[in-house]
Design a protein around this ligand. Structure first.
Ligand code: FE2
Length: 187
């Protein structure tokens, strides 16, 4: 399954079976992975902590969407369009609440792809904030490692395999650091 097919399926998952506990578990996993990847990349301690915070908060916009649209029956294509608003909604919800620029930009851009095919701004390569490039990788991995309505959780090797097939979406230097972290944690 491609990362994009995965995300379309996630939309179904999000609206039909969004489970607050699962969302929380995912947020903690992404936070922990992002922190360790940042450390592996030898980023300063402040940035490592900021990415841990961004990991916890990155999908907060989904909660806002569910409050607004979750009870409505809507077409899948509409749901996809709505779901794509979640990174911007999360950013806007946290703006002016004392979060650093690094945290806010990481959340706003955590669905940008390295090849420019992501959202909301279709940023490409190093134009994507570093934190968002890190979070993107941790987010995809955590989603692949979890049970979904349409498939069981993938094991470490299978999840890595999917990501290697789609490595054009990721910053290769970060992806290599991420692989080292996962092998240390799970290998
Ligand atoms: Fe997200």
């Amino acid at each position: 399954m491609s990362v994009q097919t995965q995300e379309k399926a996630e939309v179904l998952d999000g609206f039909i079976a969004l489970d607050r506990k699962e969302e929380e578990k995912h947020a903690v996993q992404v936070s922990m992975l992002a922190f360790h990847v940042a450390k592996e990349l030898e980023l300063d301690a402040k940035t490592c902590k900021e990415l841990a915070t961004a990991g916890i908060l990155h999908d907060i916009g989904k909660m806002k969407l569910l409050e607004e649209y979750g009870k409505k029956d809507s077409l899948i294509i509409e749901e996809l369009r709505y779901m794509r608003m979640h990174s911007t909604l999360g950013y806007e919800a946290l703006l002016g609440k004392g979060y650093s620029d690094c945290i806010l930009k990481t959340i706003l851009h955590h669905h940008e792809n390295y090849d420019g095919s992501g959202y909301p701004a279709h940023l490409r390569g190093e134009k994507i904030p570093l934190g968002a490039r890190i979070l993107r990788i941790c987010d995809v991995y955590s989603a692949l490692r979890a049970d979904r309505l349409y498939r069981k959780a993938l094991d470490m090797d299978a999840a890595m395999g999917v990501m290697i097939d789609e490595v054009k979406y990721f910053d290769m230097k970060i992806f290599l650091a991420f692989q080292r972290v996962v092998h240390k944690m799970e290998g």
